[in-house]
Each structure stands twice: as structure tokens, then as C-alpha cells.
Write a protein that binds this ligand. Structure first.
Ligand code: SF4
Ligand code: MG
Length: 326
């Protein structure tokens, strides 16, 4: 079957006003990304802040134009001449944000918040809107009576449930979750994660989970793509990534997971800051922080993907040379 989402060669470059020596300069936030996502799947997109994962989300929602490449979502071509307006895409993809407080209008009742998108998309019948609002509240485990209340009357976890209800109200096929539990109390994170997984299976939707925390991604994703400075450096199924991580960056992220299950692993701290995408390092962009960097990692265009198995690939020179230490 055709995938729900197919991304090929996506580049999102932001022009910068003052180029070096008058040359036009661009921040290469996303620099050649391929992704595939099928209905019923959860794809985890992992990386540190500034790696380009949020720019991918914005491109998928039609909020920033793709500089280059192809995005096909739910039968729509989002890029190029046939670019679909963000309004039309709202029925295909919706977003759940990190901070459930600031993403709900404090002056609106839950009813107004949830029925706003329905009105905007032409559902003129009030009773029909009421029924959809009640249906979505029940889906996220809230009573229909909460519709007349205001966001401040709810806890952080309840507010995130309401944000999920709002994301689902137009019955999208894809829900993009950007750090959906990072702002929540540790004790309620599992509830929200389980709710998202349950809804994915019940509604037959796909999830794109964006997070800096490989621990959150571990519990939700069928597939995982690890991003570094605008590029995917490793991609594979859950099993491949967590039992046989191939890229030194992925391995560093796994050892940073604060999960008791992984405490036996060597605590390999990832030193250094992520470099600016305005002036990415030559060669493999990860080389200034890589404990295994070799001379050849410091020049050229950086490593291409090496296929490790049918469902697993990574970009690292060590894989190309068949180095046994990888
Ligand atoms: Fe490290 Fe070199 Fe592999 Fe990049 S290509 S991850 S610098 S070993
Ligand atoms: Mg971000």
C-alpha cells in the first residue's frame, strides 16, 4: 500500500540576511531527508534541539515551504507547484505541542477550543459539532461536562488530553507530537504515552513523535530516525536501533537514557555542543563530538548511508570499512 507519508530529499533552508562577505547565506535546517510512514505506525524522530526535527514538522503541516524535495501526505503533494494550503492540510495532519498550557487559549471554554476548527472547516450544524466534541472528549478519557470549563481548571496531564482531543477533532490521518510529555510531571508521562498509543490503534492513524529524549521514543515508536544537524544519521526498526545501534551518535543518545533498564551500559557522556547549522563542520557533521573520529571524517561531504540490514541504515565511515568495533 502507498505510505501515508512519504518524504524524499527534503531540504528546508532559511535565508540569512547578512551573508559572509556579501554572499547569500542559508541555515540548512533540513538538508536532504527521506522518511516513510505507514498508517498504524509510530515513527520516532530523535535529535537534540536545533537538529531540524521541528522544521520537518512545520514543512509537513505546510507552515514553512520546502526549499527542495518532495512531501506526499495522504494523497496530497505538499511541495512544488501543486502546494496545498495549510488549511487543506489540517484535515490530514495535526500537531500536539510540548506545552499544553500555552497552546490552549485561556479565554475560551473547552467547547469553543474544540469546536473552533470544526466551524472553520465548514461544520455549520451546532448539534453535529457538539456531538463531535463529546466524542473526542470521551476518546481522551474526559467527561462531556468539561466542555463548559476553562483550561486553567485542569491539571497539566488533563490539559494535554484536551490538546490531543483538539488535534483529533478534524479526524486527521497523521498526528505529529512535538515533545508531547517533556513539560509534564514524570508521574503522568506514561498515561499520556499510553493514551497516544491506544488512540493510534483505535483510530488507525499514524504518529510522528518528535523528541530529544530517546527514552520516550523507545516506549512509543515502531521505527526510529535519528537526526543530527539537518540529516538523518541512522534509521531502523525499534529492535535494530535499541539492540544494535550502529552510529556513535545513536549510541551516545542511548547511553544517556535515564532508565534503570539501561544503567548497566557504560555512561558515555556526549561532550560538546551541537554546532550551528549556519556553519556545519566539514566532513561528518558529528566529528567534533565523535569519540571514534578518524582523519577522513573531517573532510569531504560526510558519509553516505550504509545499509546494515533490510530495515536498518546509518551514515558512518566505520560502517563502510566494515570496522569490527562498530
Ligand atoms: Fe564518528 Fe567518523 Fe562515523 Fe562521523 S563518520 S560518526 S566522525 S566515526
Ligand atoms: Mg524543537
Amino acid at each position: 500500500a502507498e505510505p501515508l507519508l512519504s518524504v524524499q530529499g527534503l531540504r528546508v533552508h532559511y535565508p540569512v540576511r547578512h551573508g559572509w562577505r556579501g554572499k547569500p547565506l542559508a541555515v540548512k535546517a533540513v538538508d536532504g531527508v527521506d522518511l516513510t510512514l505507514h498508517t498504524g505506525q509510530c515513527l520516532g524522530l530523535v535529535g537534540e534541539s536545533g537538529c531540524g526535527k521541528s522544521s520537518i514538522a512545520q514543512a509537513l503541516l505546510g507552515l514553512v515551504p520546502a526549499t527542495e524535495g518532495m512531501i506526499r501526505l495522504d494523497g496530497h503533494e505538499i511541495t512544488g507547484n501543486a502546494r496545498v494550503p495549510a488549511m487543506a492540510l489540517a484535515r490530514s495532519a495535526q500537531m500536539v505541542f510540548q506545552d499544553p498550557m500555552s497552546s490552549l487559549n485561556p479565554r475560551q471554554t473547552i467547547r469553543e477550543i474544540l469546536s473552533g476548527p470544526l466551524r472553520l472547516h465548514g461544520m455549520t450544524d451546532r448539534a453535529e459539532r457538539e456531538a463531535r466534541v463529546a466524542e473526542m472528549l470521551s476518546l481522551v478519557g474526559m467527561a462531556p461536562e468539561v466542555a463548559s470549563r476553562y483550561p486553567h481548571e485542569f491539571s497539566g496531564g488533563q490539559r494535554q488530553r484536551l490538546c490531543i482531543a483538539r488535534a483529533l477533532i478534524l479526524r486527521p490521518k497523521l498526528v505529529i507530537c512535538d515533545e508531547p510529555v517533556s513539560a509534564l510531571d514524570v508521574s503522568i508521562r506514561a498515561q499520556i504515552i499510553n493514551l497516544l498509543l491506544e488512540l493510534k490503534d483505535r483510530l488507525g492513524i499514524a504518529l510522528l513523535l518528535i523528541s530529544h529524549d530517546l527514552g520516550v521514543v523507545e516506549h512509543m515508536s515502531d521505527r526510529i530516525a535519528v537526526m543530527y544537524l539537518g540529516r538523518i544519521v541512522e534509521e531502523g526498526g525499534w529492535r535494530e536501533i535499541f539492540t544494535a545501534p550502529a552510529h556513535p551518535y545513536t549510541r551516545a543518545l542511548i547511553s544517556a537514557i535515564p532508565d534503570p533498564m539501561h544503567r548497566d551500559r557504560a555512561p558515555a557522556r556526549l561532550g560538546g555542543e551541537i554546532p550551528s547549522p549556519l556553519s556545519p563542520p566539514e566532513g561528518c557533521a558529528f566529528h567534533p563530538r565523535c569519540p571514534l573520529a578518524m582523519p577522513r571524517c573531517r573532510s569531504g561531504d560526510g558519509p553516505e548511508f550504509t545499509r546494515i540490514s533490510a530495515d536498518h541504515r546509518a551514515r558512518c565511515h566505520l560502517l563502510q570499512t566494515g570496522n569490527p568495533h562498530v
